[in-house]
Design a protein around this ligand. Sequence first.
Ligand code: GCO
Ligand code: MG
Length: 422
Amino acid sequence: MTVPAEPAFAQPWPAPDGVRITGVRAIVTAPEGIPLVVVRVDTSDDGLFGLGCATFTQRWRSVVAFVEEHLARLVVGRYPGDIEDLTRLARFSAYWRDGPVGNNAISGLDQALWDIAGKRAGRPVHELLGGKVRAAADTYIHAAGRDIDSALDDAERFLAAGWRHLRLQVSQPGTGAYGAPPLDRDTLPGAPYARGWNVGHYLRTTPQLFAAARERLGDDVELLHDVHSRLTPKQAVVLARSVEPYRLFFLEDVLPPEHWDALPAVRAASPVPIAVGELATSLSDATRLVLGGGVDLIRCHVSAIGGLSPARKLAAAAELVGVRTAWHAPGDTSPVGAAANVALDVTSAAFGIQEGHVYSDAVHEVFPGTLRIVDGWLKPNEQPGWGIDLDEQAAARFPAGLSGHDAWAAGVRGLDGGLIAP
Ligand code: GCO
Ligand code: MG
């Protein structure tokens, strides 16, 4: 796109050399049917470009518009090494800052500039962050099923493949893409939504899931669970206490963001570590979770808070108060975002666990260099930058449509038909 020369956004100080940003654009592809958004930043140095994750799968068209209509003109012509100034400029220029659309777009810029910085230094990004404090990041994987036995069958498959941490979900009324398919039977015949979300059913069956899991899988495996925000503060405490005998590694998203002020009290009453954060859409909100005593593990979707630069500040805050990181990274995080997560994981003393996703062959074809989980471990690439490329011809074979994720997020109604916050 043509970039108007805007003096307000000119290079503010002498750059150390003549390399300049020449282009910023978004590439959207859905090799697994989940729209992934990656920003490419091109430079005047022939062949030098960077990639950054900007994946907000539910509103990817808005992110593309933000990148191409608003972001590009702010930074084209600038020296790519001034990452913090460029991302602050991008954030403040909107005046009303933060939010998932703008932050994802800015994350794409941020992570692409880190990629470029690594390529220019000839070193992987994790070395630019201060180098490793661990050799690899331990990961957890999603095991789920329509009933407890099939969820545990799934769990056994992942245990056999080397994972030591499993997120267990079993079908519940009204929730598809909860990590398990929706329960295909009425739990309250005659109700307006006889198959709607039934919190009593959920609170009764979840401890049963974990009792059966300990019985069948033993004591060594670390078990995790994602509530997906569907409880009141009191219900969250009731659930946490009901699963205490089964020693969960963490209980995730026990409350929706609207009720996060209650998290310190819930966490204090909970015998189970509380992990929250994927729904945070600003570094400030995430920092309040970490410093306010609301969480034992912080779970941000890194691109939703603006990328690697804010996430490394959050990890530093977590380190100072004994909170651990557990960055969000299921299928709606691109391989570039996954690489940024692992760069944070291996360089932060606050690391707790990394959410893992086994990408399909199609993703590996579109994103050469995509990290592979081996025996449950993720290691960063050692090539300069992220060590990940984007084959745009292959990407074009997987056009993005509407994400099914938004249907799930807005599709869960209770027995009375009322919408349940995701
Ligand atoms: C997780 C998330 C996913 C969400 C998805 C929403 O913990 O991995 O909660 O299960 O459903 O990321 O887009
Ligand atoms: Mg979650």
